[in-house]
Design a protein around this ligand. Sequence first.
Ligand code: GDP
Ligand code: MN
Length: 393
Amino acid sequence: MDLVEFQGKQLFARNGVPVPPPGAVCRTVEEAVAAAGRILEDGASAVVVKAQVKVGGRGKAGGVKVVTSVDDARAAAEAILGLDIKGHVVHVLYLEPASDIAEEYYLSVLHDRVAKGDLIICSRQGGVDIEEVNRTDPAAVVKRQVVPSERADGLPRAVALEVVTAAQLPEEVREAAADLLVALFDAYLAEDATLTEINPLIRTPDDRVLALDAKVSLDASAAFRHDGYADWALEGVDGDDPLEARARAEGMQYVKLDGDVGVLGNGAGLVMATLDVVAQNGGRAANFLDVGGGASADSMAASLRLVLSDPAVRSVFINIFGGITRGEEVARGVLGAVEQLGDFPQRLIVRLDGTNAEEGRAILAEAAHPSIITAPTMQEAAAQAVEAARSAA
Ligand code: GDP
Ligand code: MN
């Protein structure tokens, strides 16, 4: 899951990475005006108004403005709210006391899939597109692999100092930058991030270093280890599909597609096969959700609620192969979910196979719920689901 800048800065701050003084999250021009007024009254000489979208290059696109008056803050907020930055429409602003910049550097820690390790990247040239710097002047971009054995107790400070020295950060800020890198690495590990990027890392006129920007991606598969993980999902932040964002926040594997048959299955392989049979029967999946191992009434209800909240869904194909979760549990899960959800117009086509499938089908047959159709095979279920979607159209 990708965080927006202000969230990334919160995550940095709680791990000891220096950031500018805290600011305010605003969704309207009036909120922004009030926040700017407070920040200026508190003694800041300027306020920076920043678009909160999950895409870089906001500065160039007009999504970052430094202002020194409430009137200018109003104009900036009016200009930035609603702005389309590379397909991401701005709905949220972050206002913070503007920082004075002496120099801009680049610093990041990221998971390197190829090397299966962590990679630190540092450059004296920051605030610009680092890939471009890497192309035109590769020597200016320092990369340092960190192997797991090396970071058992966090990043050794000697390694941090070696990196910022190799990147030729000025001597006056090297110690502070090394401390910041150790903290950034702590944040990366503690939060199960796959990316923590600071561009620019700034040197202030009084030789402090601060993360002026923050780009953080968290590993969704580690969500279970973090209590507050779902809190990072910020509704309506940008162009994300809101249901995908909700599913991610709740740790579900959900993907939005553009057809009208909702697909719910257990296991990635079965879900993929389900999409195929829907297509073979002339239908198109509206989305798919992997319910994973469990098929309790609660998890089934949460999954179904999500799939049914997609207005494009005209029927739902529930395809479960019972393994550890037995057929009767699945059947009770589906019935319990339907009860929890109350009225909904879509038909649910259920195909149950695997452990105790017959018992499960018997439970569903006995319940004879008007919204539930059971089908013995995947092929028949797909045909029924496609047909149900068609006749509901
Ligand atoms: P990005 O363009 O999406 O990467 O957004 P950034 O947060 O990196 O901001 C872009 C640029 O705006 C930075 O490189 C700075 O030059 C400038 N900027 C951002 N915040 C401030 C600030 O507090 N003070 C000043 N003077 N400039 C800022
Ligand atoms: Mn940036």
